[in-house]
Design a protein around this ligand. Structure first.
Ligand code: DGL
Length: 267
């Protein structure tokens, strides 16, 4: 038993798509989350830059005495996972291998689509990881950076959201895929719009497999939170915490949390 919190980070609101699954699957765990809105968006930054930002956040999360860190950001996972695993004295997991694994576990997965930020697509992170696990599948990757801002600025459910999804993912109407990995934590919040466009495609949210991995690791090391002690959820934004608060009220309905601004150096 280990009642220390799990640390989670993302460039912004997207991390809430991972936290909502954590709340479902690991309801007794305490969570400390940093949304790096002060340096958003990550998808157009260099790998070095994103790695540096993620490492600073990891070090900040350590000040909360976390027992594990989840990089709930595909762009940051692609840019920094090995570095954070080396530099931080706690287990660190990312979302890309779980996302790839989940796609390959779907009954039909010969043609796998991936949509993510420019940075994740440029890094080739998903095709590389998927082909390490199964070299025989076809992977079609498409960056969809404009979809990130739709979620970040709380425009999900608007006609504009559907229009941007249609523009960004229309390619998958011509190039058929069996499954589509939502390889950016912001995108699961656009599942409805994406399914409207691609009704026959199975959408894969890497969050489910990521949380399964975290739970397995905590179980193996006997580090799950006990069931009696109250858990807490602390949300921090390096930018405008009000946007994170509005997002959390929308995407984590009924959950109790605190939400504050925090300064974490970007350089
Ligand atoms: N939500 C992040 C991801 O999973 C990055 C979005 C961005 O900041 O560009 O990749």
């Amino acid at each position: 038993m280990d009642n220390r919190p799990i640390g989670v980070m993302d460039s912004g609101l997207g991390g809430l798509s991972v936290i909502r699954i954590m709340r479902e699957q690991l309801p007794h765990e305490s969570i400390v989350f940093v949304g790096d809105q002060g340096h958003f968006p990550y998808g157009v930054r260099t790998q070095e830059d994103v790695c540096h930002l993620a490492l600073n956040i990891g070090k900040y999360l350590l000040t909360h005495d976390i027992k594990m860190m989840v990089i709930a950001c595909n762009t940051a996972t692609a840019a920094s996972l090995p570095t954070l695993q080396k530099e931080l004295p706690i287990p660190v997991i990312g979302v890309i291998k779980p996302g790839a694994t989940a796609a390959l576990e779907q009954p039909k997965h010969d043609r796998i689509g991936v949509t993510a930020t420019e940075g994740t697509i440029k890094a080739g992170a998903y095709p590389k990881t998927i082909h390490e696990l199964n070299p025989d599948v076809t992977v079609i990757a498409k960056a969809a950076q404009p979809m990130v801002s739709i979620v970040e600025h709380n425009e999900v459910g608007t006609p504009k959201a559907q229009q941007v999804v249609n523009e960004q993912l229309g390619i998958f109407k011509d190039k058929h895929v069996d499954v589509l990995i939502l390889g950016c934590t912001h995108f699961p919040f656009l599942s409805k719009e994406i399914s409207n466009l691609l009704p026959d495609v199975t959408l894969v949210d890497p969050a489910l497999e990521t949380v399964k991995t975290a739970r397995q690791m905590l179980t193996d090391t006997d580090q799950l939170h006990d069931h009696e002690t109250t858990h807490t959820m602390k949300l921090y934004s390096t930018g405008d915490f009000k946007e994170l608060q509005v997002g959390a009220e929308k995407w984590l309905p009924g959950d109790r949390f605190t939400c504050e601004h925090v300064n974490i150096p970007g350089d």
